[in-house]
Design a protein around this ligand. Sequence first.
Ligand code: PEP
Ligand code: MG
Length: 590
Amino acid sequence: MSENVLKGIAAAPGIAVGHAFIMDKQEIIVPARAIMEKEVPIEIARFEEAIIKTKEEIIEIQKKISSELQVEHAKIFDAHLFILEDTAIIDEVIKRIQAEKLSAEYIYFQVLKKYALIFSNIEDEYLKERGADVDDVGRRVLKNLMDETKMHDFDSLTKDLILIAHDFSPSDTASMFNKKIIAFATDIGGKTSHTAIMAKSLGVPAVVGLKKATLAIKNQDELIVDGSKGLVIINPGEETKRLYTDAKSRFLQIKERYQDIKDLPAQTKDGTKISIMANLEIPEELPAIAEAGAAGIGLYRTEYFYMNRIDLPSEEEQFNAYKRVLLESKNNPVTIRTLDLGGDKFLSSLEIPKDMYSYLGWRAIRFCLARPDIFKTQLRAILRASAFGNLRMMYPMITGNEELAQANAVLNEVKEALKRESVPFNENILVGAMIEVPAAAMTADLLAQEADFFSIGTNDLIQYTLAVDRVSEKTADLYEPGHPAIIRFIKLTVDAAKEANIPVSLCGEISGDPALVLVLIGLGLRELSMSSLSVLQIKKVVRSISISDVEALAREAMQLKTGIEVEELCQRKLKELVPDFQNIDTDYKG
Ligand code: PEP
Ligand code: MG
């Protein structure tokens, strides 16, 4: 067996050696379950009930969508009903349950896979796309046939495996926590896709955007995943394995390297304090955040709380979760972000076609304003939790003052209701706006008059400013954090915040980049929030620099013409200011 190397995009650092487990392209695991002869009629009845229930659901969604939105969207569901009630499919499932004595969900899944494959092999583009409809209908029926959380049943994996898939959704990755997964790799995805962000939270190496991983890798192949260089090596030879065993121990050493500064202050050589906080996706990360000595949580991405479940979280559940995060953060500040649904983050509990809440569509605050029922429940939970710690809140994807005022109007309604009910909360809770859309950065001076603080979300700001999809491996090279437009937008935002005397932080992935962080501090940022994995190494950088050095660097960067020049300047400066620096993301390769 010859060694084969696939090159993708490094998503989370580290090295794993193990065996491949290829997830079905549809990301659903439906294990075969044998049934007894006498259970056959029960299984058929369950199947028929699931079809009827799914039909009712589809008709319900269709009605809702045609009254709220355009009729074309509702038409998609005609095709879905057609597939759902196809007698050829239904008859085949029933016959196979009788003949093979296997569960309804397993047989249905097998039959649908066969049909989806037939569609995908058809030359005609229109018919090819019907394969996606078959997939959608299949999911709905399966959801009614089995507990949906079991459809992504990582618990059933029995040994340490490297998961390979065309793609994982952020909700899939969220449910991988503490499971027997030592690394993962995908065909598609970019460095700041939420799947990649979750990989860092999981603390397992990951490579995304490999293009053909699911074709090139076979189940049980021996693999090395190098999450730093973005490589997956299939069937590595003995020499490669030895080199990687060494590299792995170097990585673990670097990971431990800055432990000695964990309890020392994050301040520059000339005494300026920088607040280095962590981003939180799921509460299971709290121990790693405490372990890294982060000064608080600068971004709590609450949407993960809504994922991997078939219903919406109640106010009480949210309140308890937010309170737990606050209490475990001791007196450190926690910045909670209201639901940022859309883009690459979907909720299984909302029966909305994915293309309706695309990145430029019905996303984040727009979605919340359109669904005050969901928004108000979350706001009540956040406000109630605010009585238990140092909590601030912010809205994602604000584009201007009108939207901020609309969101605040809903917040005020919720505050009034809580007061009437004598429920305690912090009436002066700070309410911030994320600056992640060019319109917001451009008008930061106007927004600063209304927002209590800013948090710059560069992951989105870069994608919207440079018109580069953050989840696409095809445009990954165009995703340039150092682009002069980005540097200027950050400066505009920081200056506007200073002028209005409100705090400003940055919580995009670049705050964990040891080179680019120099220009961020040089531009005046004093609060940064990042993956807990980066906290200590950024502290190392902060403790090695003087503000005057990085201010000069920022002035120079503002004059440069390209993103590459800005990044090279920062890299050079990092070597000069922190000569013994070792980067957890890159330096273990030796
Ligand atoms: C951002 O856009 O930079 C951000 C921090 O939010 P998210 O990555 O969750 O979109
Ligand atoms: Mg964002």
